[in-house]
Each structure stands twice: as structure tokens, then as C-alpha cells.
Ligand binder design. Structure first.
Ligand SMILES: Cc1ncc(COP(=O)(O)O)c(C=O)c1O
Length: 434
């Protein structure tokens, strides 16, 4: 497509946009299990309005927009208080990936400055989000990946055994995406502090839910900045914070550590340049929307959403475990879990669920399906379970998939040569704009 010769009216542009979205996933009625966190229409309208008010403002220059600086400071402080250390400092970022990238860059630069490490390594349980591998790739930090235990939690003795003089960072998740379990953060952090290393907790997924899970009286292992030895934590607002997309936080125990996150260039003819995060221009909308959502919901609002989310999760976990041949993996700590099916091709079950309008993510190694439950799924457990039982039965009758998406996914997961799989994914991405 080329730029149109002349423009058209706003109304016809908006019409065209509506037509374009007609085949998009139906997140409003709880049909998706990741990607969108919907907290109801009143909150959505507030997010739109707050975002719109600060649509043009740019947080790159906090002197020009003291409003954004105030809001960012407030948001960070609210998250810091929720995550065990009201004195922690940090930055707002565009998402979990950026928060993780910054935490890894900070660890690399801290180790270079304080210990002269030139070939940095970090130790990652295999379940950590791929953003850590992206960071490894971008920043030249070697990722040492450690298999998790049978309970899908980080194997701390194996992490200890992988420490070398080049190690700069140990990582744990709260919780991990695939099975939704919280790693043994106290043990990982104690190990890090014994060896004089930094410890990052990836609470992108759980940071805005786990504090309320605990307030609801559920048992939870310690996971936040109150744990001795934890030096940084990432927490997304655009997930269980129910904020507008483009909002996450990364927090550090000390200002001295955060300084290694910043980038300053003093010799540019354009002037002195200091940037806290990966982005140059920083959109004001997500900051204002996050500030608005957190004030609108407050503790009670988040607590109520957490209660609904956990109720639905409990019903689904119990219902799946009660289905013959179906098992939830491990013991999920909040609202995210994987499950497998015996004697039915689990990816075929996924396709059958797609056909019934429920779009579940696929896990691999081992093959499984994934559910990420939010407040938007409240009340849907009976319908989901009914359709899942039918999907499992249909998949059983069909037998192992030999063609189509399920077969392809099964084959990709089991191929020992990961280079081929990588090429396949690259080809897929490359072909998307055709
Ligand atoms: C545990 C965990 N960390 C990090 C991320 C990355 O977040 P984002 O997609 O906002 O970059 C995710 C996303 O699902 C996640 O589940």
C-alpha cells in the first residue's frame, strides 16, 4: 500500500478501523487467556480518558512535564509499597520485556564497575520469560540455563553449581509463565547474597496480584523486595494491574544500583542527554492511565478482582484435575497454570478448544495447554470446563494429530535439532507481512 493521494474524513477512517478489527480475538467476553487484561467497562473508559489527556506529552523531559514526573514517582512508590520496600527506587517502562532488559543491563554494568567483569553471565531457571534471552542477546550476557525440578520450581543447588567468577545475576520468577509457580526466591536470594551477586525477581506476571493473594489469606512463599538478598524486581502494570498497555515497572533496592541503568551522553551537539530507560521519547499516556487505574481501583478494587480471579482459578484447577486423564502441572501459586491430557493429543485438544471459541496458549517440553485467568473470566468456569470435556473427548476420538496445526506444534516441540525450529519461526515471522 502507498500513502493515499488525499486524505479522508475521520469518520471513514474510524469505520475502516472497525472493519479491520472484525476478526480479532474476543477478549471482552473472556475468550482469550493472555494478551488482554480487562477490568470492566468503567475502568476501560477511565483508562482511555486518562491516556488521552496525556496522549501528546513526553516523559523524556521531566522538567517540561512535572505532571508526568509526579505520576511516575507516585506509581513507582505505590508498587514499591506493595512489593515489600517503600524506599525502593525505579523506573516505569513500556512493558515486562523492557523492565527485564534494564535489570540485566544494570547487573552487567554494576559487575563491570565494581568487579571488573568483562564476560558476564547470568543464571536462569529454564522457565524464565524469553525476555532474559533477549537481554542476553542484546547485551552480550551469557545465559546459563538450569533445568527446573519436578515441581517446575528453580533448582537452587543446580544454580549454585553454575556460578562462576563471571556470574553477575541470579534470577527467579514470581510466578513463572508456563506453570505459574513461584520460584524459591528466599533461597535464590540467600545464595546470591552469600556469593556477593545480584538477584532479580521477575514479578512481571505476579507483582500486581500476589500481594492481594496474600492479603486474601492464601499461603505464599516470600517473593518480593522484603526478602534479604533480592536486589531488583520487575512488575507489570499492564497485566494484573489492569492498566493500559505500555506500562511496567522495574525497582531496585538502592539508588546506587539504579544509576547503572541510566544512559548519559554529554558530548552531543544537540545538548546534554540523559535517558533512564530503553526508549528515547516516553509516551505520557501509559503513565497517566496507570496512575488513574491505581487510584480508581485502590486496595479494595484489586482485592476484589483478585478474589474473583482466584475463585475462577480454583474451580478450573479442580475441574480439570477431576477430568479423567487430565492433570494441572505442579501446584500453581496464583491464577496461571498449564495442564496436560493423557491419551488425547493435547494440541488437538487446543484446536478443539479454538473451534469452540476459547483460545488457549500452547506450552512445550512437555506439551501442555495454558490458562491465565483474570477478573474477566469470573463466572465462566462451568462453560469452559464443559467445552474442555467435550474437546478432550473429541481429541481422543480423533487420535494423534498427523496433519494441521496440532501435528505441526507437536513436531516442533519434539525435534531435537532446535536450529530447524528456529529457522521455521524465522520463516514464519518473515512471511507475516505478505
Ligand atoms: C513472567 C513474565 N515475565 C515477563 C513477561 C514479558 O512481559 P511483556 O510481554 O509485557 O514484555 C511476561 C509476559 O507474559 C511474563 O509472563
Amino acid at each position: 500500500m502507498k500513502l493515499p493521494e488525499s486524505g479522508v474524513s475521520p469518520a471513514s477512517v474510524l469505520d475502516a478501523l472497525e472493519r479491520l478489527r472484525s476478526h480479532d480475538a474476543r477478549w471482552r467476553d473472556g475468550r482469550t487467556f493472555s494478551l488482554v487484561y480487562y477490568g470492566g467497562d468503567e475502568l476501560l473508559t477511565l483508562l482511555h480518558d486518562a491516556y488521552g489527556k496525556f496522549f501528546s506529552e513526553n516523559a523524556l523531559n521531566p522538567m517540561a512535564f512535572p505532571s508526568l514526573r509526579r505520576m511516575e514517582t507516585d506509581v513507582l512508590s505505590m508498587v514499591a509499597h506493595l512489593l515489600g520496600d517503600g524506599e525502593a527506587v525505579g523506573s516505569m517502562t513500556t512493558g515486562g520485556t523492557e523492565s527485564i532488559l534494564l535489570a540485566v543491563k544494570t547487573a552487567r554494568d554494576f559487575a563491570a564497575a565494581t568487579r571488573g567483569v568483562t564476560a558476564p553471565e547470568m543464571i536462569l531457571p529454564e522457565t524464565v520469560h524469553p525476555a532474559f534471552h533477549k537481554a542476553a542477546h542484546y547485551f552480550g550476557v551469557r545465559a546459563r540455563v538450569i533445568p527446573v525440578g519436578p515441581d517446575f520450581r528453580a533448582d537452587v543447588p543446580a544454580m549454585a553449581a553454575a556460578i562462576t567468577e563471571n556470574t553477575v545475576l541470579l534470577v527467579g520468577s514470581a510466578p513463572s509463565f508456563p506453570q505459574g509457580v513461584v520460584d524459591p526466591i528466599s533461597e535464590i536470594a540467600a545464595l546470591a547474597s552469600d556469593r556477593g551477586l545480584l538477584c532479580h525477581v521477575d514479578a512481571c506476571l505476579g507483582g500486581m496480584l500476589l500481594p492481594f493473594v496474600r492479603k486474601l489469606g492464601r499461603p505464599l512463599p516470600p517473593f518480593d523486595l522484603s526478602v534479604p538478598g533480592v536486589t531488583s524486581i520487575s512488575c507489570d502494570l499492564h497485566k494484573y494491574g489492569y492498566c493500559a498497555k505500555g506500562a511496567s515497572t522495574v525497582l531496585y533496592k538502592t539508588r546506587a544500583l539504579r544509576r547503572h541503568q541510566f544512559v548519559v551522553y554529554t558530548d552531543w551537539s544537540g545538548g546534554l542527554y540523559g535517558s533512564p530507560s530503553m526508549a528515547g521519547t516516553r509516551a505520557g499516556g501509559p503513565i497517566a492511565a496507570a496512575w488513574a487505574a491505581m487510584h480508581y481501583l485502590g486496595e479494595q478494587g484489586y482485592l476484589e478482582m483478585a478474589r474473583r480471579t482466584l475463585e475462577t482459578t480454583d474451580a478450573l484447577v479442580a475441574g480439570i484435575d477431576a477430568m479423567p486423564g487430565c492433570h494441572v502441572q505442579g501446584r500453581p501459586d496464583m491464577s496461571v497454570f498449564g495442564f496436560t491430557t493423557e491419551d488425547a493429543d493435547v494440541y488437538r485438544v487446543g484446536d478443539e478448544m479454538d473451534a469452540r471459541g476459547w483460545h488457549l496458549d500452547r506450552l512445550q517440553r512437555p506439551p501442555a495447554l495454558h490458562m491465565m485467568i483474570t477478573a474477566a473470566h469470573a463466572g465462566l468456569a462451568p462453560r469452559i470446563l464443559e467445552d474442555l470435556a467435550a474437546a478432550v473427548e473429541a481429541a481422543r476420538a480423533l487420535g494423534p494429530a498427523t496433519s494441521g496445526a496440532a501435528a505441526m506444534y507437536g513436531m516442533m516441540g519434539s525435534l531435537p535439532d532446535r536450529t530447524m525450529v528456529r529457522e521455521f519461526v524465522l520463516d514464519f515471522m518473515d512471511g507475516l507481512d505478505r
